[in-house]
Design a protein around this ligand. Structure first.
Ligand code: AMP
Length: 223
C-alpha cells in the first residue's frame, strides 16, 4: 500500500505514521526524520536543511525532492510506503506524481489528519522526543513518561525540538496553510483524499485512520 499522511504540525503525524506503517507492514518515510539524520551526521545537506528548519521554513524543493527520489528508489519500499511530511507543497506533489508514474505505480490513498490551531499550539509546546528513536514521542501533560525526561520505551533522553517552540510553531502553521493545504486540493482532484479528525486518544485516531483507508481489523504485523 502506498500512502500519504498530511496534516498540520501537531496533528500527531509522527505518532500515527509509526503505528500505521507497523500495522500495514510498510516503510515509514519522514522527510523531517531524513533531514534530522543528515543534520546529526553533519553533512552539507544537513547543514543546509538545518538553516531552514530552525527558521520554521521549508527546505528548498530541489533538496527535498532529491532526498525523496533517492529514498523511494530503495527496494525496501517495494511492498509500499507511508510518506509523512512529503509532499509539503503542490510542486513537490507534482514531482512525486512523476517519480511514481516512472515506476508504473501510484498512490492508494492520502490520509488527511485534521486538528484546530489552538490544539496544535498546546500539543507541540509540550511535545518531547527521544534522542534514540524519533518514533518515541511523549507529551508533558497528555502522555507523560513514567520518569520525567526519560523515554518510557528505551530509557533514552527526551528533548524538545528547536522547531517545536511556540513562535516557530506559529510560523509552521502559516506555512502549512499557505503551502501544504493546497496539496490536499491536488489530491482531491485525483479522488484520493480521506479526512479524519486527529482529536482524541492515539488509539482512537489510529482506528479512525485504518477504517478510513479500509484496513480496520487487519492483523497487526511487525515490518
Ligand atoms: P517535520 O518533522 O515533518 O515537522 O519536518 C521538520 C522540518 O523539516 C519542517 O519544518 C521543514 O523545515 C523540513 N521539512 C520536512 N519535510 C519537508 C518537505 N517535504 N519540504 C520541505 N521541507 C521539509
Amino acid at each position: 500500500m502506498r500512502l500519504l499522511l498530511i496534516g498540520p504540525p501537531g496533528a500527531g503525524k509522527g505518532t500515527q505514521a509509526v503505528r500505521l506503517a507497523t500495522h500495514l507492514s510498510i516503510r515509514h518515510i519522514s522527510t523531517g526524520d531524513l533531514f534530522r539524520e543528515e543534520i546529526a551526521r553533519g553533512t552539507e545537506l544537513g547543514r543546509n536543511a538545518d538553516r531552514h528548519i530552525r527558521a520554521g521554513l521549508l527546505v528548498p524543493d530541489e533538496v527535498t525532492v532529491g532526498v525523496i527520489r533517492e529514498r523511494l528508489a530503495r527496494p525496501d519500499t517495494e511492498p509500499g510506503f507511508l510518506l509523512d511530511g512529503f509532499p509539503r507543497n503542490p510542486a513537490q506533489a507534482a514531482e512525486l506524481d512523476g517519480i511514481l508514474a516512472r515506476t508504473g505505480s501510484g498512490l492508494d490513498a492520502v490520509l488527511h489528519l485534521e486538528v484546530p490551531d489552538a490544539e496544535v499550539i498546546s500539543r507541540i509546546a509540550g511535545r518531547r522526543l527521544c534522542r534514540e528513536d524519533p518514533g518515541h514521542i511523549f507529551h508533558v501533560d497528555h502522555d507523560p513518561p513514567e520518569v520525567a525526561g526519560t523515554c518510557a520505551f528505551c530509557g533514552g533522553e527526551l528533548y524538545q525540538r528547536d522547531d517545536d517552540r511556540e513562535a516557530t510553531v506559529r510560523r509552521r502553521l502559516e506555512v502549512y496553510r499557505g503551502e501544504t493545504a493546497p496539496v490536499l486540493d491536488h489530491y482531491r482532484g485525483q479522488g484520493l483524499v480521506t479526512t479524519v479528525s486527529a482529536l482524541g486518544q492515539v488509539q482512537e485516531v489510529l482506528d479512525r485512520a485504518l477504517t478510513a483507508i479500509g484496513r480496520a481489523g487487519s492483523t497487526p504485523r511487525t515490518p
